[in-house]
Design a protein around this ligand. Structure first.
Ligand code: ATP
Ligand SMILES: Nc1ccn([C@H]2C[C@H](O)[C@@H](COP(=O)(O)O)O2)c(=O)n1
Length: 226
């Protein structure tokens, strides 16, 4: 019997940049009638705020303090994306390439991570049914989730998808910086390239978007059968 309809359901999804975590997790959350948490948006919002305040990104202590002080709010409605910091709507701004190029400095700050992990765990605990995605959800934020999935795709597929997503505005070198160089830097503090024990892998390289959603739903169904 599957526990998919249970009142309490936590789904953890990790993977590299451009693998489809955000778009697929959002669609899966809608299908499951669950909340959706984009943890990467939290790292992005802090990066936006630190840059806007003129805090030196290279000053690890100042960045960690900025995270602890941050008045950060994030919607968990999969149909209403909203990220606010200090009451300012930064939903669109945090997707700008300049944020993608600098966010790893926040993501590799261990004190900043500890504070964001704490906040993410609070949000997950406050929502009965939730799909949370990022880089360390299956291993650090929600290691006891009902289903834990690593969503992967080849480098070629991820670069192609990100290029299309950005409407062809970025050249190959810019895409490589935003996708591959970022992953390389982020990988120094978290492992999102190999599935930890008990984590199921879904490789979307040869799947279209709808097939990937179905593959993730199948993996969740398998994990929650007991
Ligand atoms: N299986 C798929 N086939 C084709 N396109 C896909 C597939 N999965 C996702 N996409 C598209 O790829 C793009 C990147 O996906 P998405 O933003 O969800 O990736 P991500 O893993 O969350 O990336 P990041 O971690 O950098 O934010 C989106 O435009 C999305 O619609
Ligand atoms: N749980 C997480 C989520 C995200 N990050 C880092 C990795 C990225 O460089 C950045 C933005 O994430 P994205 O919006 O591209 O998914 O945040 C992380 O370290 N841990």
């Amino acid at each position: 019997m599957s526990t998919l309809n249970n009142d309490k359901l936590v789904i953890a999804i990790d993977g590299p940049s451009g693998s489809g975590k955000s778009s697929v997790s959002k669609a899966v959350a809608r299908k499951l009638g669950a909340a959706y948490l984009d943890t990467g948006a939290m790292y992005r919002a802090i990066t936006y705020s630190v840059l806007a305040d003129g805090t030196d990104l290279a000053n690890a202590d100042a960045v960690a303090q900025a995270v602890r002080d941050a008045k950060l709010s994030i919607s968990v409605d999969p149909d209403a994306e909203l990220v606010e910091i200090g009451g300012v709507d930064v939903t669109a701004a945090i997707r700008e390439p300049r944020i993608s190029e600098q966010v790893s400095t926040v993501a590799t700050n261990l004190d900043a991570r500890a504070e964001l992990v704490r906040r993410q765990q609070e949000i997950i605990a406050a929502n009965a049914r939730i799909v949370a995605e990022g880089r360390d959800i299956t291993t650090v934020v929600a290691p006891d989730a009902d289903a834990r999935i690593l969503l992967t795709a080849s480098e070629e597929a991820r670069l192609r998808r990100r290029g299309l997503q950005l409407g062809g505005t970025q050249n190959d070198a810019q895409l490589a910086t935003q996708v591959l160089a970022r992953d390389a830097k982020d990988s120094t503090v978290v492992n999102f390239t190999q599935a930890a024990d008990g984590v199921m892998t879904v490789d979307s390289s040869e799947l279209d978007f709808e097939q990937t959603i179905d593959a993730v739903l199948d993996a969740i169904s398998t994990a929650t059968k007991n």
